[in-house]
Structures are given as C-alpha cells and as structure tokens.
Design a protein around this ligand. Structure first.
Ligand SMILES: Cc1cc2nc3c(=O)[nH]c(=O)nc-3n(C[C@H](O)[C@H](O)[C@H](O)COP(=O)(O)OP(=O)(O)OC[C@H]3O[C@@H](n4cnc5c(N)ncnc54)[C@H](O)[C@@H]3O)c2cc1C
Length: 261
C-alpha cells in the first residue's frame, strides 16, 4: 500500500447517479486484488474540503489501468465528477483484505446490491480468468442502476437482475432465486456486497447449505489505514464477539463471522 499519484484517463457519467473512472496504473508494481480499495483524495483545487478521502473499491483491474465505478452521494463523490482527464489524482492503496478463491473452486454465486456490483465485478473478472463458472444476482433500486450488468455478462454464465422498480428485489424473491440456483448447481463459494439485508440472507443460506461465503463491508471510513477506528464492526469468532477495523481486518470477511446490525 502506498500513496500513489495516478493520472486520470477518463471520467464519465454512465447513468443518472453513477460515474465510471479509469486511471493509469502503470506505476503500481504491487498486486491489486478484488475486494481491495483505494482511499481517494477528492478535494478541490482551492481548499482542503472535503478533508477525508473517500474509499472506492476496485471495479476492474487491467494491465496498465484501474477502473472505479462510483455513485454520486455527497461532497466527495460530487467533487470526483469534476475531475477531467489528465488530472493527477492522489490514491492510497491498494488497501484491505481481498476476496479469496480456493484452488479447487469451480463454480461461484455472486449476490450484489447497488454499488456492491462494482466490488463484485472485479471478483467476477478474476474468477473468469481462472475458468470458474459464475452465476450472479444483481439488485438495485432502478434498472438504470444496474449498469455494470454489461461488464458482468462477459464473465458470468447467467445473471438475474432484480429491482425495486420491477418489485422483484424483495428478500423473499431473492431467497427463492438462490434456492433454485443451489438446487440446480453445486456452488463452491458465495460472495456478497452492498446490502445488509441480502448479506444476512446469504449468511443464513450459507449456514443452511454448508457453502462457505465472503462479504465485503462498506462501513463509513475516515483514515482507511487502521488508525482512526471509525469503521469498526463486530465479528464472532469461536463464540466470542470481537470488534475489528473493516479497513484493515476487512473489508472482506468470512460471511459466517460478521455480526450484522
Ligand atoms: C471499502 C469501501 C468500498 C467502497 N466502494 C465503493 C464503490 O466501489 N463505489 C461507490 O460508489 N461507493 C463505494 N463505497 C462507498 C463510498 O465510499 C461512499 O459512497 C463515499 O465515501 C461517499 O462520499 P461523499 O463525500 O460523496 O458522501 P458524504 O455522504 O458526503 O460523505 C460520506 C463520507 O463522509 C465520511 N463520514 C461520514 N460519516 C462518518 C463517520 N461517522 N465517521 C467517519 N467518517 C464519516 C466518510 O469519509 C464517508 O466516506 C465504498 C465504501 C467502502 C468503505
């Protein structure tokens, strides 16, 4: 992990609320893994506001470029939309614990909601490169927010899209889809990101089915390097609750360990 200065190559609005950013990463020698994130400076030219960097997980990892997909939420992400190609951006990373894929893994299930789709896209990209069969369920408020679907189609054998707009995204419907998939296929692992409700569902189904799972958390972060304790969450290990930092001990955790609140 280092504080890199990377050149922005492209920064485009891809839907009402989402933007896609590509940076030149040819200066990064260390390996970058799906589930890891960069803490990105998003100040304007004239001030230190907003002071705290904004964490974004890696959307796609290429030979000489890094891609991020971000939703415009508040001051930081609004400022990011103002950056034009050519800008030198300051990014601290790659940070955090990545997803892991077992050596003998053949088939996985991905369950992503909203911006969590960006985080799981990098995992799909890596799993595809390893020849793993991928089945995905993507959930969002609107169809317009399912913009990474096209990218995931390249990697996945099948994708189910559910939205509030279609009234198909409620937990019970997603449960039925997962039940159908787990009856039809033997999954070696399940991964999720982007929704506490769906993570809880997958945690329950992971215990029920005995299929191991991992979750990438998106707790609010300030320093993103293990100093400030603003991103703590609870995990249960050997019957004991431990409070851990999601920036350093996560953001990826075994699904069975996380205590969702
Ligand atoms: C590991 C990780 C990966 C993520 N990946 C993505 C991604 O790929 N795409 C995406 O769109 N979003 C992602 N997010 C969410 C993204 O970081 C937030 O949407 C973004 O920080 C919002 O910033 P803002 O200034 O636009 O919004 P605002 O709502 O103005 O600010 C939110 C920010 O304020 C700060 N903050 C707020 N409350 C607290 C608090 N209690 N303690 C400390 N700091 C606080 C934090 O810096 C927080 O990031 C990720 C978050 C995490 C933790």
């Amino acid at each position: 992990m280092r504080d890199y200065k990377l050149t922005l190559l492209s920064n485009q609005q891809v839907s009402t609320r989402y933007w896609h950013m590509i940076l030149d990463s040819s200066d990064i020698q260390e390996s970058i893994e799906p589930g890891q994130f960069f803490n990105i400076q998003s100040t304007d030219h004239h001030s230190y506001y907003p002071l705290l960097r904004r964490p974004l997980s890696i959307f796609l990892i290429n030979d000489d470029t890094l891609e991020f997909l971000y939703k415009v939420e508040g001051a930081g992400t609004t400022q990011l939309t103002k950056y034009a190609p050519g800008k030198n951006m300051q990014l601290l990373g790659p940070a955090g614990v990545p997803f892991t894929i077992d050596r003998d893994c053949n088939r996985i299930l991905l369950l992503a909601r909203g911006v969590g789709i960006a985080t799981l896209a990098a995992l799909a990209q890596k799993a595809f490169q390893k020849g793993i069969e991928i089945h995905s369920i993507l959930s969002a408020r609107k169809r317009d927010d399912l913009l990474a679907t096209k990218t995931l189609e390249k990697y996945c054998k099948e994708i189910y899209c559910v939205t509030e707009e279609d009234k198909s995204s409620d937990v019970e419907n997603v449960r039925e889809i997962i039940h159908h998939l787990t009856k039809t296929y033997n999954f070696d692992a399940m991964y999720t990101c982007g929704s506490k409700r769906l993570s809880l569902l997958l945690q329950e189904l992971s215990i029920e089915s005995g299929i191991s799972g991992q979750v990438a958390l998106e707790e609010y972060m300030a320093c993103g390097m293990g100093v400030c304790y603003s991103c703590v969450c609870d995990v249960k290990r050997e019957g004991m609750i431990h409070t851990v930092k999601s920036c350093e001990d996560g953001p990826v955790f075994p699904l069975s360990e996380v205590v969702f609140r």
